[in-house]
Design a protein around this ligand. Structure first.
Ligand code: PCA
Length: 204
């Protein structure tokens, strides 16, 4: 059985719920297709999140890493195409913020996801889940985690596929913040399962 490290994040900024936290927790230990899922939750903390992700990676030795984050305001499931070597913007949960700083001063400008994002997109749409490929994961913690994981895999020359999927808010969150586009939590979770099932399909 192959191993898939699946991460979510705790709530951040003014959002009291992060739907990715429950997805990572509830899928921990579950088998999806050929993969045993190891679900872990990351802090929204510049000093800790990538460090903890890499510790999980070293402990689990997964075949695939999928990190999840919430992109409040997005309407669709958005597999990310690329992570960039930049952190800039809002403060993290400990009040740390960066402006126009590299994540890795000697690292490349960016890394493309090595997940089959086109195949994931097609599978999501076939199952009736609105989705599109995103060309920016932002410059906050999600991009930071995606970049750091792909950088580590590149340095190790490891045969591990990795990438990031941003999810919209859940209805539970939209009840508290009515302007947010939202999805049922169950659909968000099932969309993640669909993405995992698509990992090893026919190339498209
Ligand atoms: N979304 C944020 C960080 C944590 C999360 O779930 C982001 O898009 O960077």
């Amino acid at each position: 059985m192959k191993k898939l490290l699946l991460t979510g994040f705790v709530p951040f900024l003014h959002y009291p719920i992060n739907p990715t936290e429950d997805i990572a927790t509830s899928l921990d230990g579950v088998t999806i297709g050929d993969y045993e899922i190891i679900g872990r939750v990351l802090p929204v903390d510049y000093m800790q999140s990538a460090k903890q992700l890499i510790e999980h990676y070293d402990a689990v030795r997964p075949d695939v890493v999928i990190s999840l984050g919430m992109a409040a305001g997005r309407h669709q499931i958005t597999p990310e195409r690329i992570a960039i070597n930049c952190r800039s913007g809002e403060p993290d949960n400990r009040g740390v913020r960066f402006e126009d700083e590299p994540i890795e001063p000697d690292g490349p400008a960016g890394y493309f996801a090595t997940l089959p994002i086109r195949r994931i997109l097609i599978a999501l749409k076939e199952r009736g889940y609105p989705a599109e490929i995103s060309n920016t994961a932002g410059t906050y913690l999600c991009n930071n985690v995606m970049y750091s994981m792909l950088h580590k895999i590149a340095l190790d020359a490891a045969d591990v596929r990795a990438g990031f999927i941003h999810l919209p808010a859940s209805h539970e969150l939209a009840v508290k913040d009515p302007k947010l586009p939202s999805w049922p939590q169950q659909d968000l979770r099932q969309a993640v399962v669909t993405a995992i099932m698509a990992l090893d399909g026919e190339p498209s």
